[in-house]
Ligand binder design. Structure first.
Ligand code: DX5
Ligand code: ZN
Length: 222
């Protein structure tokens, strides 16, 4: 079994932060020396919920937040919003495979704007749906819940899909990160790590953790 390529990275999701004080929630992540912040963007159409938009990212930048913004677009028409997010300070922009638009062109546009790019699959979408794009992405995000809301239960049946991407990455000598998102805590992250994941989005479990340094240390040891 090939080993994971990247060191384990805990990636807190701002969606579970305090929406009256998102700057403080982001600063709490930076204070732990965690480099990434996961930003969930929802349009009330691709998913049945709304979150925040590019102006929130821009405001965090103006407030001095220097974290790597891993921006997860849960949008029916993500290709229409790439430029605003790049301008607002996104470092990586991930787009879903499920809606019908030009995925390859949108990934190329993200890179042309100076960002890294990622492709995302819902739990019901098979790995082969994005196989043709693996050479064109910096990150593959395997959703381990149906996207739309924080606080849902981890879908253990996604583990074989994670391993499929690990195997393809190894066989094709690719370097993309393998990220999981939804219901992640130290225990479910351990299972995902064994399956090949290296980047762990954690919303509810991170922001509810009373001892955040200990929580982060558990992920560093995965
Ligand atoms: C789900 C979002 C997730 C969410 C995860 O639609 O994509 O990033 O914030 O939240 P938890 O960690 O609470 O499952
Ligand atoms: Zn997400």
């Amino acid at each position: 079994m090939p080993p994971p390529l990247h060191a384990p990275l805990l990636n807190p999701s701002l969606l579970a932060g305090d929406h009256a004080h998102l700057g403080a929630s982001a600063a709490a992540v930076a204070q732990l020396n965690l480099p990434w912040l996961h930003c969930d963007i929802m349009d009330g159409h691709f998913v049945p919920n709304l979150s925040f938009g590019p102006e929130t990212l821009a405001a965090l930048r103006r407030a001095g937040i220097k974290l790597f913004f891993d921006t997860h677009l849960m949008l029916s028409e993500p290709h229409r919003y790439i430029e605003p997010f790049a301008k607002a300070g996104a470092n990586l922009v991930s787009i879903h495979i499920e809606p019908d638009y030009d995925h390859a062109a949108t990934l190329a546009r993200i890179r042309a704007l100076g960002c890294q790019c990622g492709i995302v699959l819902n739990p019901g979408t098979p790995a082969r749906a994005v196989e043709h794009l693996l050479g064109a992405v910096d990150l593959v995000l395997v959703m381990t819940v149906q996207p739309g809301f924080g606080g849902q239960s981890f879908r253990r049946d996604m583990l074989p899909k994670i391993s499929q991407f690990r195997d393809w990455r190894q066989a094709r000598r690719l370097g993309f990160r393998l990220e999981v998102d939804g219901g992640i805590d130290a225990d479910t992250a351990f299972e995902c790590r064994a399956a090949g994941a290296d980047t762990f989005v954690a919303g509810t479990s991170f922001f509810r953790a009373a001892d955040k340094p200990a929580f982060a240390a558990a992920f560093a040891k995965l």
